[in-house]
Design a protein around this ligand. Structure first.
Ligand code: PLP
Length: 398
């Protein structure tokens, strides 16, 4: 009997080591990982650059405190700013914590405008985390139920609908920001029309609002650019990221520029572990490897190839209603709930994720090779066909 909180429902497997795109259980069975720790393990497992950074740092020092300068945090912040056009970084330990920092900044920004009860425009089906404020901002009643009263600072509009945002701004003088995921990950890899982010940037400029981007999942190269907003050549005021930032060592970052600068002063925000030498050294190793090994462009190319192969392999399956993706963030939407596929895929040595009940989400590491990519397609094809056949048999015998 587990004495962990029963907040998860884990599959019947436990891994003891990993190598490249593969995980191994205690009997040395191997599993091809197309879920990538839910967008965390972008360099796969045991990547030498990360191992070297972690081992060398652990031998020297892994935690001091924010009472002192932390050179690796300075260096990671500087590299992130150089690669994004942002100006300053706050480090925490998770996506939700980075998002909380973003929300706190939006409150300070409201004060500069004399707004006492500020509102942020957020999107239907958004996911921003599990803290009280971030779950309130999320557009999924399942993660909110039982935790009311919610934080009452959000106005919700449909995703991928610029007019809805413009109307909400007109109707609410207390709006101070627009908060959006460039691609909605948890709600099923939902990709907005090209130009959506640029249009939101324009609206934010017109109305002196903060454009706040949640790139906790899309960030660190997954879509084929370091950050997804870079496909549209805009700059947000606030940008959050986490997941792949240190390849699996807990870290989150809130990057700011423009209107979001000069709001924070010493003592106003903090985090005990945030930016510690171990996590930020790992983050630097991650960023250096992504850039030096050309893995960001690779994620774009490998993702496009995988998407095309999946479309070909499943073209005859009417139960699949859509296959979509950008880089190595791919969603395969079925016409029915399909969470059982995760368990069946496990039996076939493949790790996948199912989100929003009906969407198989693939987030493989950027280091997968062509053979592994083909293996994902082949194994998934076997799994889905076996499952659909079993479902058809059940419905005929019923
Ligand atoms: C877009 C987005 N924001 C925030 C979060 C929350 O991140 P964390 O679980 O690290 O708090 C997630 C996690 O899936 C996410 O996908």
């Amino acid at each position: 009997m587990s004495q962990l909180w029963p907040s998860y429902n884990p599959l019947p497997v436990s891994f003891v080591r990993g190598e490249g795109a593969w995980l191994f259980d205690k009997d040395d069975n191997r599993y091809l990982d197309a879920a990538g720790g839910i967008a965390v393990n972008a360099l796969g497992y045991s990547h030498p650059a990360l191992v070297q950074a972690l081992v060398s740092q652990a031998q020297l020092l892994w935690h001091t405190s924010n009472m002192y300068h932390i050179d690796h945090a300075e260096a990671l912040a500087s590299r992130l700013c150089e690669l994004t056009g942002m100006a300053q970084v706050f480090f925490g330990n998770s996506g939700a914590e980075a998002n909380e920092a973003a929300l706190k900044l939006s409150r300070l920004f409201a004060r500069t405008k004399g707004i006492a009860e500020p509102k942020i425009i957020v999107m239907e089906r958004a996911f921003h985390g599990r803290t009280l404020a971030t779950l309130s901002a999320s557009g999924n009643p399942k993660i909110q139920q039982g935790f009311e009263p919610l934080v009452d600072s959000f106005i919700r509009v449909p995703y991928n609908d610029v007019t809805a945002v413009a109307n909400a701004i007109q109707a609410n003088p207390d709006v101070v920001g627009i908060w959006v995921e460039p691609i909605q990950g948890e709600s099923g890899v939902r990709i907005p029309a090209p130009g959506y982010l640029s249009a939101l940037r324009k609206l934010a400029n017109q109305h002196q609002l903060l454009l706040m981007l949640d790139e906790v999942q899309t960030g660190m190269g997954r879509t084929g650019q370091l950050f997804a907003y870079q496909h549209e050549h805009i700059l947000p005021d606030i940008l959050t990221t986490a997941k792949a930032l240190a390849g699996g060592v807990p870290i989150g970052a809130c990057l700011i520029q423009g209107k979001a600068l000069d709001l924070i002063h010493p003592g106003m925000h903090g985090s005990t572990f945030g930016g510690n030498p171990l996590a930020t050294h790992a983050g630097l190793a991650m960023l250096t490897t992504l850039v030096n090994e050309n893995l960001i462009a690779d994620a774009g190319k490998k993702g496009a190839a995988l998407l095309a192969d999946l479309k070909t392999a499943f073209s005859d399956l009417s139960a699949i209603v859509d296959i979509r993706g950008m880089g190595l963030m791919i969603g395969i939407e079925l016409d029915r709930p399909c969470r059982d596929l995760m368990r069946l895929a496990l039996k076939h040595g493949l790790l996948i994720n199912v989100t929003a009940d009906k969407v198989i989400r693939l987030l493989p590491p950027f280091i997968i090779n062509e053979i592994e990519s083909q293996l994902i397609v082949n194994r998934l094809s076997v799994v889905i066909r076996e499952w659909l056949t079993a479902q058809a048999e059940v419905s005929t015998s019923a």
